[in-house]
Every structure is written in structure tokens, then in C-alpha cells.
Design a binder for this molecule. Structure first.
Ligand code: PMP
Length: 402
């Protein structure tokens, strides 16, 4: 009784028919990376077979094809997020996008004592780059249900806050943060906001014009696209004020030994031969998401989350970490007395792929006083059968470990 035709969707993901230790694959590690549909695989293959050449450089036919496909991808990505193509800078992913902002925007401005206000549920990628740039990271508290303590966050916004940086959706808890409210409160105090959109873009509609953030970072591989590719979006005035961070081909206008000048945005931030296939593959992934419908995906994952939550809570000993209202399709849990890694290994024997560990959120593990969690995370091709397979694997894990 899920809304989408699961059989038809699954048929588009060749990897889902892999047999794992002789068992059917229940792939529930989608917050780490999602699988790729045939449409994306074919686009990548077709690019290398028929269009591969370096972009922006030569006058020959293949170079024109590659450049058109690559720049066409920028148009498509901008359209998906309802923004302008010149605001789309290509990177290797969310981490690199955040590092770019840290190096090119924050570092030249940072003064001793300056703070970046984050939350206690941030991914390491939204903590460490700010520290490397010389700022102090201040974390807003997380409530027991995994939601942000908004008043605690507000109380930490002050005259030393240079930037607010927050995950749209927590990769460990599934919490969806009140980013609109946060942007409004920060802007009222003249403080810019970076949104880490890594866990958002494949699971809910993201309209960058409506969101009104200052910076937005995301990764292709978490949205049915290829790995090693992502996007930074920023307001035009920030890009203009930012210094380049990597030098090389394409990012310059003129080069002389006395000094060089910079190309226009977005090229000013894109040194060297880019990942053409990555851009084209990501655009194809966004086409694929649109062909299913992001709202239908969100609704389906929400329904499945409710099913999975009830199912896990019906298992004696399972403790869910992260039960915030309106959360996204991520189920983190522990079973007291059994180590998450051991649970994960037993689940693997049953064909169930989950992530175990700190999920690159070590401060959050500390907050909930757990060394690690087991995390099952949903994508559009998951069904109740995957969660049932997880539950029966957990039954076996309990018999073996407790
Ligand atoms: N932020 C969040 C919330 C994430 O889930 C991830 C990926 N686990 C990242 C940042 C980093 O993304 P990437 O590894 O693609 O750079």
C-alpha cells in the first residue's frame, strides 16, 4: 500500500538484484550513499563513449559536445534548485563545498574569538573546516528526542557569531532542522547562514530562491548521482567578495609572472579539468528524481519511516536515537548489551546493509552517551520487505549476542 510502484522503481537499479551471502539485498545504507538508476549509469557510459573531451578548451566537435553537456548540466542543476546557473559552483561534494566557504569566505575575514554557530548534530564536515579556518565552533544543544534546542541555539547567536552553519537534515538522527526560522533569526542580526543540504536534496523539495540562505552545499552521490561530485550555491555578492581557493586552469582571466586575474563566477572557483561525467551524471539523477516526483518520494519515505519506527519499537531492547517530530527516513538505534558493529556484521550475513559507527558525528554520540549506533536509512526503492528483513536479522542478532 505504498504509493509508488516499487517493482518498477527497483527494476531501474541493477545493483539491487545482487545476491549478498546468498541472500536478497536489503540496502538500508542510503544516508551513506544511494544506488544509481539505469538512466544515470547509461548517461555516464554514453558520455565516455560519445562525448568525452576536455571542456572549455578546444574547437573540435568532441570538445563542443563535452562543453555543451557539461554546461547544460549546470543549467539543469540550477533549474532543479530554482536558482541561477552562475550561482552553481561545481565541487567534489558537500565536504569540499563547505571547505571552499571556509577557505575563501571565512578565513580572510576571521578575527580572534570569532565563532561559527553550529548544532550538536553536525557532520564532521560542518565542524572541522570552520576550525581549520581559525574560528571557534560553538554548538547549540540537541534535545533528548534529537531535535534542536531552538532557544538554546538562539541564545548562542551573538556579536562574535560570524556564520551560522547547520544541517538541513541530520544524517544520524533524521532530524529536519527549522532552517527557515534559523535563517530569519540570523539574518535579523546580520549573520549569514550556510545550510548543509547533503541529506535533504533526495528526500524533500529544496527551493534555493525561497530558502534565502547564504550558502548551500550538497553531494550528487546522496541523490542518485555519481560519487565525487557536488555543488556549492552562494549568493552572488558572497561569490564576488570571495577570493579563489585553488589556482590553475580555467579559474583565471589572465596570467603573468607579475600577477594574475580571475575568471568570472562560477569559473573563478573551478580550477583544473572538472569532473564532466560527474556533472552530467548528477543532472541525469535530478532528471530521474523529477521523473518520479520529489513530493511522491518524500511521502513514500515518510510512510515507510512510520512502518519502520513501529517495527523497531516492537523489538524488545531496541532503543531509537532520534524521534523528533517530522523527521526524515533515518532510523538510528542501539540494543543495550550488543555492540552496533556486531549487530551490523550479523545483519550483513542476512543481506541487510546498514551503517554502524559514529556516522561522522562524534559529538552527537557523546551527547547520547553511545559509542555508536546502527543506522538504517531509506531511499525511494526501499519497501516494507527491507525493514522486515532488518527486523528478522535483529532477532537473530539478539539470539547470538545477548
Ligand atoms: N553532511 C552531512 C549531513 C552528510 O550526511 C554528509 C555525508 N555523510 C556530509 C556532510 C559529507 O558529504 P560528502 O561525504 O559527500 O562530502
Amino acid at each position: 500500500d505504498l504509493r509508488l510502484d516499487l517493482a518498477a522503481i527497483r527494476a531501474q537499479f541493477p545493483i539491487l538484484s545482487e545476491s549478498i551471502h546468498g541472500k536478497r539485498l536489503a540496502y538500508l545504507d542510503n544516508a551513506a550513499t544511494v544506488q544509481k538508476p539505469e538512466a544515470v549509469l547509461q548517461k555516464l557510459d554514453g558520455y565516455y563513449r560519445h562525448s568525452n573531451a576536455n571542456v572549455h578548451r578546444a574547437v573540435h566537435e568532441l570538445a563542443a559536445r563535452a562543453t555543451n553537456a557539461y554546461e547544460g548540466a549546470r543549467d539543469r542543476i540550477a533549474q532543479f534548485f530554482n536558482t541561477h546557473r552562475d550561482q552553481i559552483v561545481f565541487t567534489r561534494g558537500t565536504s569540499e563545498s563547505i571547505n571552499l566557504v571556509a577557505r575563501s569566505w571565512l578565513q580572510p575575514r576571521v578575527q580572534p574569538g570569532d565563532e561559527v554557530l553550529v548544532t550538536g548534530m553536525e557532520h564532521h564536515s560542518n565542524i572541522v573546516p570552520w576550525q581549520l579556518a581559525g574560528a571557534k565552533t560553538v554548538a547549540a544543544p540537541v534535545l533528548d528526542d534529537g531535535s534542536l534546542d531552538f532557544d538554546g541555539w538562539l541564545a548562542r547567536l551573538n556579536e562574535r557569531t560570524r556564520l551560522v552553519a547547520v544541517a538541513y537534515v541530520s544524517n544520524t538522527l533524521g532530524t529536519v532542522n527549522p532552517v527557515e526560522k534559523m535563517i530569519e533569526a540570523a539574518h535579523a542580526r546580520g549573520i549569514p547562514v550556510l545550510i548543509d543540504g547533503a541529506q535533504a536534496i533526495a528526500h524533500q523539495r529544496v527551493d534555493l530562491a525561497a530558502l534565502d540562505a547564504d550558502f548551500f552545499a550538497c553531494s550528487s552521490h546522496k541523490a542518485y548521482g555519481p560519487t565525487g561530485f557536488g555543488v556549492l550555491w552562494a549568493r552572488a555578492e558572497h561569490y564576488e567578495a570571495m577570493v579563489p581557493w585553488q589556482g590553475g586552469g580555467d579559474m583565471i582571466r589572465t596570467v603573468a609572472f607579475e600577477g594574475s586575474t580571475w575568471n568570472d563566477v562560477p569559473y573563478k572557483f573551478e580550477a583544473g579539468t572538472p569532473d564532466m561525467a560527474g556533472a552530467i551524471g548528477f543532472a541525469a539523477a535530478l532528471d530521474w528524481i523529477d521523473s518520479v516526483g520529489i513530493d511522491a518520494i518524500a511521502a513514500q519515505e515518510h510512510e515507510l519511516l512510520l512502518y519502520g519506527t513501529e517495527l523497531l519499537l516492537s523489538i524488545d531492547g531496541v532503543r531509537l536515537i532520534g524521534t523528533a517530530p517530522g523527521k526524515a527516513g533515518i532510523l538510528s538505534f542501539v540494543i543495550d548489551g550488543a555492540h552496533p558493529h556486531d549487530i551490523g556484521s550479523i545483519l550483513d550475513q542476512d543481506g541487510v546493509a546498514v551503517r554502524t559507527g559514529h556516522h561522522c558525528t562524534m559529538p552527537l554520540m557523546e551527547r547520547f552517551r553511545v559509542p555508536a549506533t546502527v543506522r538504517a536509512s531509506l531511499a525511494v526503492y526501499n519497501g516494507k520487505d527491507d525493514l522486515d528483513q532488518l527486523a528478522s536479522g535483529l532477532g537473530r542478532a539478539k539470539r547470538l549476542l545477548l
